[in-house]
Design a protein around this ligand. Sequence first.
Ligand code: PLP
Length: 495
Amino acid sequence: MGNFPGISGLFFDEDLLIRQSSKGVYGISIPDCGLKDFELKKTSADYINKKFARKNDPGLPEVSEPTVVRHFIRLSSWNMCVDSTFYPLGSCTMKYNPKINELISSLGNIKGLHPLTPIHLVQPALKIIYDFNLILCELTGLDEFSFSPQAGAAGEFTGLKVIKKYFDIRGEKRHIILIPDSAHGTNPASSALTGFTPVEIKTGANGYIEAKDIERHLSKDVAAIMITNPNTLGIFESDIKKISEIIHKNGSLVYMDGANFNAFIGNVKVLDMDIDLIQLNLHKTFSTPHGGGGPGSGAVGVRGFLKDYLPIPYVSFNEGIYNISEDKKYTIGRIAPFLCNFGVLLKAYAYLLSLGKDNIASVSEIAILNANYVKKRLGKILDGADPFEDRLCMHECVFTDKAIEDHGISTIEFAKLLIDYGFHPPTVYFPKNIHGAIMIEPTETESIKTINEFLKAICKIRFKTKKSAALKSPRKTKVKRVNEVLANKYPVFKY
Ligand SMILES: *Cc1c(COP(=O)(O)O)cnc(C)c1O
């Protein structure tokens, strides 16, 4: 009975779309275009250079509209998502995204905007981009944001390009970027991609970088430090001002990975930490949906002296008219086609306006409160597993595998067991400097009730689950345990 949808309970079977194909079935009806037969008989080869023309039929599925819709809706129900469950994936800020943002961004005349529409017809859209820049400047204390980068890592890349160009123009050859071991994995990758040499700095026993440890890494080769604050251990870099001072004295710049902005938005200004440039992940902090490669925005903000290096184009405002401008003296050029991922910006803008200026600080306050509630209570359940037991955390907390290991359960089994309780697992085995790490970011959108249910599930796993059951988890999902090593070494992309 295997392949009949709807008979096997909640998790339906689903065949590949290509196997649901029947010759001659259409998903859409195209009205008669009025062209005569002989005109239509031209094949693609008449329009495309022979060298590039397809020799054989591409073999696309021939299916009706209901078949396509049901196929994808069924597949989507196999996935855990923020709209269906608590998703405490550390470092990813998988908070619930209010639907008002979606509503605003899908309004008819906004949704259909073409990026090449003449500017006199899109003044309100340009005003939104312009105003959003002003809001981010106020929230951070920085002087200008570029919305060209379309992901956090693309923001890092852009920021590093700015740093490179800054030193090129000054005629300085600096090739090193200092990166703490508690940084996100994208930091060293973006540095290498920009042609820099990433050099690792070890986190101190307290979980943060100590200013005195920076000195011995300094030389005239250091272009910048790239620092994630709060870091991926969920700990605020308390030496940040001192670090900035030392770095600046060396003639180097301070780049901050601001993906964890939800830990201090509205309470601390980036400029007060003496940061030169930063990327903010609008798709995390500003509540626009992300994951699965969805649209993003890694807005890059800089201090005044770096404004002229930002990517083009950007929105300017002169004599009552909003314009799309390209006049930046030292610009690193284009990072993406057109201005920005406008839909993401709009959702972020709607999010901020619906919160209101007076409530923005509560975002970070509740994020921190929730994380510390989890930290304290889990610290008791997972006795001895909190490496930073005696201190508070910021927006996320991290545990070792000590308590569950004593009980015979590994971190990966712990993660898979949580799925059977209906929760998305936390981030696991990251950061690398925490043994069997379990990193939890509850975010500010979760209620105490949800968090308590999550803690109850962990209690059951910690005290009641047998090794034999752990090995078989998850049992309730459509796809059970996959062989991750095999999947990584020999991925199969064909059907
Ligand atoms: C998510 C994240 C990134 C990368 O952002 P993407 O949008 O996934 O490219 C970088 N740094 C930190 C600290 C992050 O949490």
